[in-house]
Write a protein that binds this ligand. Structure first.
Ligand code: SAH
Length: 476
């Protein structure tokens, strides 16, 4: 960010402008909306400028700017549209301590005037650091259309009411009141005129004062493996009612879009702290919002109870005395096994299945390798890509058949799903060749169902959801 947007108080501030042509006019039209004391220096001012001078909007000095003229001014505009003259006046202004803007000369300007959407007291400033004035204009036009013309009036009336609204407890109750005003009751009443808005505010405050504060609640919700259609109805309902959604990086945008429109979305996967947010910070975040009385949805990929550090979060919420519940989700192993047309258990093959993690907080995770190495065993390994070689080594060391089928399903249930079919023996090499970047589930002891795999005998094992051979849904 080369330029930092701020709002400058204009009351009691002196602004000087040199120039009397179209560029000067454009700036003056904006400046005249402010409370600033404006002085214009122009030898040959446009009639509008003369008019503004006569009506007391600004002071007009009909000679070129000279040293001393900018003394005490906060801002200076060089708007003579003449490179030499602009450089001369800018130098004077700079020496006299004003912030200088040279019209159409971003490089030599100390500040720039943004494109402005004016719903005073609500103002939106748009800047592109000179990169794309067209874009700024398009954004402005878009906002002009989207922000009702009455917004300024609503804000002005609202401002007068702020003190009265302090009857509501600080925090959520007050925010809910204002949200209700700006997004529902205010615009509704505005159609009947300003007086109606004032009445509406009184009524609305009465309603909100009567409302029993709803205690905060945290729902630990499984978002499933990525396909929004694999969300449970309960998960959808929780998202519908959420005030705050704190989600993992694994949760795709298509699912977040289902959250209540007013809900605040917080990405606990990065949240401004680089790659991942420390668990304690996530706990604090959940507790903070729960305490504030929010309906918090802690949204986790797959099922929240599987490799999701759920207990640490529950302990924190419990310790804060906040109510909570768990909404189960479809774990990625279920989605991945569906993608290869297999079952996790099968009579005569395996009567149990293990969910393992490739690594834990201490590094590669240790398991009962001996039991896992037995023929017919099936294991679903989460976070197993980095530990593939380690797992292979342990299993072979404990007597596993090198030809044991191994299947990786990357991005299960998502449009970019892909399947890698290999053996324990070839696992590290196949994985390296496949260059999988997405989350992947590794199955030990499962190959894609023959009907899916046979038609792809020549492939190296890498298939995609768009490949009929590899999409269980299409091939079955
Ligand atoms: N609670 C999650 C697992 C979290 S651990 C669940 O129940 O699925 C994160 C690991 O889950 C990833 O490293 C990957 O192994 C697996 N995973 C999550 N989403 C996946 C997906 N769409 N496809 C394949 N594996 C996935």
């Amino acid at each position: 960010m080369d330029h930092f947007p701020i709002f400058i108080r204009t009351k009691g501030t002196r602004v000087v402008l040199s120039g009397g042509g179209p560029a000067a006019l454009a700036k003056l039209r904006l400046l005249l909306k402010t409370e600033a004391a404006i002085t214009v220096h122009a030898l040959d001012p446009a009639p509008e400028i003369r008019g503004w001078h006569e009506s007391g909007g600004l002071a007009l000095v009909e000679r070129p700017l000279e040293p001393g003229d900018v003394r005490g001014a906060a801002l200076f505009y060089a708007a003579d549209e003449d490179e030499g003259e602009d450089a001369r006046t800018a130098a004077i202004a700079e020496a006299e301590g004003a912030l200088v803007n040279i019209v159409d000369n971003l490089h030599d300007s100390a500040f720039i005037t943004p494109a402005i959407v004016d719903r005073d007291p609500v103002t939106v400033a748009i800047g592109t650091e000179g990169a794309a004035p067209v874009l700024a204009r398009a954004i402005k036009a878009d906002l002009e259309e989207r922000l009702p013309a009455t917004l300024g009036t609503l804000a002005r009336i609202g401002k007068e009411f702020r003190k009265v609204a302090e009857a509501l407890p600080f925090g959520r109750a007050r925010r809910d009141f204002w949200r209700d005003y700006y997004f529902r009751a205010g615009p509704e009443a505005m159609q009947r005129g300003e007086a109606a808005v004032e009445t509406a505010l009184d009524t609305l405050l009465g309603d909100h004062l009567e409302r029993k504060a709803r205690p905060g609640h945290v729902a630990f919700v499984g978002a499933g493996p990525g396909d929004p259609e694999l969300l449970t109805l309960k998960a959808r309902k929780a998202l519908d009612e959420a005030d705050v959604v704190i989600h993992d990086r694994l949760v795709p945008g298509a699912i977040l879009e289902l959250a209540r429109r007013e809900a605040v979305l917080i990405d606990a996967g990065k949240e401004g702290f680089g790659l991942s947010t420390p668990q304690e910070q996530i706990n604090d975040l959940i507790v903070e919002h729960g305490r504030d009385g929010a309906q918090v949805v802690r949204l986790k990929g797959g099922d929240a109870t599987i490799f999701g550090r759920l207990d640490e979060e529950i302990d924190a919420v419990d310790a804060a005395g906040i109510d909570w519940s768990i909404v189960p989700g479809i774990t990625s192993a279920s989605a991945a096994v569906a993608a290869i047309g297999q079952s996790l258990t099968r009579r005569g093959r395996n009567s149990s299945v293990r969910f393992l993690t490739g690594h834990d907080t201490k590094g590669f995770a240790d398991h009962d390798w001996k039991a896992l190495a037995r023929p017919g065993e099936v294991a679903a390994i989460y976070m197993g890509k980095k530990s593939a070689r380690f797992i292979q080594g342990r299993l072979i060391m404990h007597g596993a058949d090198r030809q044991t089928p191994v299947t990786l399903v990357e991005n299960a249930s998502r449009p970019e799903q892909s399947v890698l079919e290999t053996t324990l023996d070839a696992l590290p090499a196949a994985l390296a060749a496949a260059e999988m970047n997405g989350p992947a589930l590794t199955f030990i002891g499962l190959a894609p169902r023959a009907a899916l795999a046979s038609s792809n005998r020549h492939a190296t094992g890498l298939g995609s959801a768009h490949d009929p051979e590899f999409s269980a849904q299409e091939a079955l």
